[in-house]
Design a binder for this molecule. Structure first.
Ligand SMILES: *[C@@H]1O[C@H](CO)[C@@H](O)[C@H](O)[C@H]1NC(C)=O
Ligand SMILES: *[C@@H]1O[C@H](CO)[C@@H](O)[C@H](O)[C@H]1NC(C)=O
Ligand SMILES: *[C@@H]1O[C@H](CO)[C@@H](O)[C@H](O)[C@H]1NC(C)=O
Ligand SMILES: *[C@@H]1O[C@H](CO)[C@@H](O)[C@H](O)[C@H]1NC(C)=O
Ligand SMILES: *[C@@H]1O[C@H](CO)[C@@H](O)[C@H](O)[C@H]1NC(C)=O
Length: 514
């Protein structure tokens, strides 16, 4: 799950990675090709049944996989000094191998493919911003920022930029070479401001908020732009400096960012049943990667494991409709893998996906049973029928549930934008549990749903196994229901509503671009 950022604006996102290079699916032989052909007596399997599939979900098996995933995350230690499964790390490569090998071991039940794609990956190691003689506590390097020159502190005059720094003419003609551009947030993406600062001759850009709060943004992954080292700063800390600069008082500063930006290749893994109608598929996904800060056993180790376990148990059954599982990479960098997948799907293949179900964070320790409020009014038709399937199931189990905004924070986003109905469930990230929710779900009001969200402590102990089992059974139910029949589920219609979703959706993954 990508983080909530309060004061974000509407985004218009260009998915550079999805359009730049198109790589066909890499299919490769499964054990199918080697298996002896038993013409005489083909094995028959019973048609999948929801309660039978749910009964095969066990907490012990989920926990065993969680422990395995933590061991895998430890492979990230030599490079990161702690366990992680961030894209590009050995922990993520081993996660991909684990998913791949698990599905491969299921024989010819699935057709397995890797979809390789380019991703931009950035790491910030150290940073500091001093203006006048003040160390600025709210200063936060933007995602994908380059380092300051030679990865050394740079010294320069602070220069107030006119308007929002979205036009080159907002920068003074006599901008001092190597100065620190002080730019107001708003109107255009942070990446544009940083590029304009570079062109003006600045060594550093500081984007201050128009509100008191800090800004945690990203410069975005458009590599055609040339950026300078860029910080976000709270409006509160910026205010006294704006005053001084407006009074033409001189302010100088020292800025330091040690960071890397790299283009790497990573991969989505897709597994599709060989049985079932390939023209009508139910698709579901979880993301295989974590953030750099920790092992990501809940985010989204939990969804990754739920899908592996449901995929494993499903092999005992026949299906009427095809089932397609996806493990996305680069979710934490901005939904890179799922975007790449959906935006490169030919129209005919898009139409074969009847719906997409997103499973990101299934076992938060201070959980709520959250259902995305995906309605047909705002989303492709069918999204609401899926939402109602989750509602009905929780009600049948005598469990409480709550609606959460369907606002683009996870991998369903590209599907909705491309006219494919979608929805999903979650158990909560860095949001705060309310008193009302404590009454309804237990746990602790006032704390985050996942107090270890995006941190080192997102380990095996960060899973609530009750929630994990409940939600994996619900995933099994969703797969079994649609694998068995799409009776009563709307046909695919044209993507007339995608524009409306786009206009109202706040996020595209985690960080704000503006
Ligand atoms: C699955 O069901 C289809 C349609 O009824 C049938 O043709 C096929 O033989 C079945 N396959 C298995 C493995 O049971
Ligand atoms: C697909 O990815 C897995 C896991 O990284 C790897 O083991 C396998 O060799 C890859 N296959 C192809 C054809 O690239
Ligand atoms: C769900 O979304 C619809 C709009 O599509 C809105 O009218 C409704 O109030 C939302 N419900 C909740 C509980 O957020
Ligand atoms: C559901 O919420 C009610 C309070 O509204 C609570 O009394 C009940 O115990 C909850 N049910 C479960 C299964 O937690
Ligand atoms: C998981 O949640 C349930 C229900 O709220 C609670 O009873 C249990 O103690 C929790 N388990 C852990 C390990 O936190």
């Amino acid at each position: 799950m990508a983080p909530i950022l309060q004061h974000s604006l509407l985004l218009s996102v260009t998915v550079a990675t999805a359009t730049a290079i198109q790589i066909p699916f890499l299919s490769f032989p499964t054990s199918h090709d080697q298996a002896p052909i038993d013409v005489a007596k083909p094995e028959t399997k019973p048609l999948v049944d929801s309660s039978e599939l749910q009964d095969l979900i066990s907490g012990d098996r989920l926990m065993a996989r969680a422990k395995k995933l933590y061991e895998i995350a430890k492979l990230g230690e030599p490079e990161f000094n702690h366990p992680t499964r961030v894209i590009g790390s050995d922990g993520h490569l081993a996660t991909l191998a684990y998913i791949h090998d698990t599905i491969l071991a299921l024989g010819d039940y699935y057709t397995l493919s890797n979809q390789s794609f380019p991703a931009v990956s950035g790491n910030v190691y150290e940073y500091r911003l001093v203006l006048g003689d003040e160390v600025l506590k709210s200063a936060a390097p933007m995602g994908l920022t380059p380092a300051t020159k030679n990865k050394q502190p740079v010294h320069g005059d602070l220069v107030l930029v006119d308007n929002e720094g979205c036009e080159q003419s907002d920068f003074p003609k006599d901008f001092p070479k190597g100065g620190i551009a002080f730019i107001k947030r708003g109107i255009c993406p942070f990446g544009t401001k940083s590029t304009n600062a570079y062109k003006a001759g600045a060594s550093v850009a500081v984007v201050y908020n128009y509100e008191k709060d800090p800004v945690q943004g990203t410069l975005g992954n458009d590599l055609s732009e040339h950026h300078v080292a860029t910080f976000g700063l709270s409006g509160a800390e910026a205010a006294p400096f704006i005053k001084k600069l407006e009074k033409k008082e001189k302010v100088d500063g020292i800025a330091y960012i040690d960071a890397d930006v790299n283009i790497i290749r990573t991969a989505n893994i897709i597994a599709q049943t060989t049985l079932g109608d390939p023209e009508n598929c139910v698709m579901l996904g979880a993301h295989s990667d974590s953030v750099a800060e920790g092992p990501g056993i809940n985010d989204d180790g939990s969804g990754t494991i739920s899908l592996l376990e449901v995929a494993t148990q499903l092999t005992k059954f026949n299906v009427s409709n095809c089932v397609r599982f996806a493990w996305w990479a680069g979710e934490e960098e901005g939904l890179l893998g799922s975007d790449y997948y959906v935006y490169s799907l030919p129209e005919a293949d898009n139409k074969k996906i009847r719906l997409f179900m997103d499973y990101d964070m299934m076992a938060s320790p201070n959980f709520a049973y959250q259902i995305y409020n995906a309605t047909n009014a705002r989303n492709p038709t069918g999204s609401e029928e899926l939402r109602d399937l989750y509602i009905d199931w929780y009600e049948q189990q005598g469990l409480n549930y709550t609606f959460i905004p369907f606002d683009g924070r996870s991998d369903y986003d590209g599907f909705i934008r491309n006219g494919i109905p979608g929805g999903g469930i979650a158990t909560g990230a860095e949001g705060i549990k309310t008193k009302e929710e404590q009454k309804v779900f237990g746990g602790k009001a006032g704390d985050w749903y996942d107090p270890c969200y995006h941190q080192l402590c997102d380990d095996v102990g960060n899973l609530n196994m009750t929630a994990f089992v409940v939600n994996t059974k619900l995933i099994a139910h969703s797969v079994a229901t649609y694998a068995r029949s799409f009776k009563g589920f709307p046909e695919r219609t044209d993507a007339a509503l995608a524009g409306m979703y786009e206009a109202e959706t706040k996020y595209h993954g985690g960080r704000v671009f503006w």
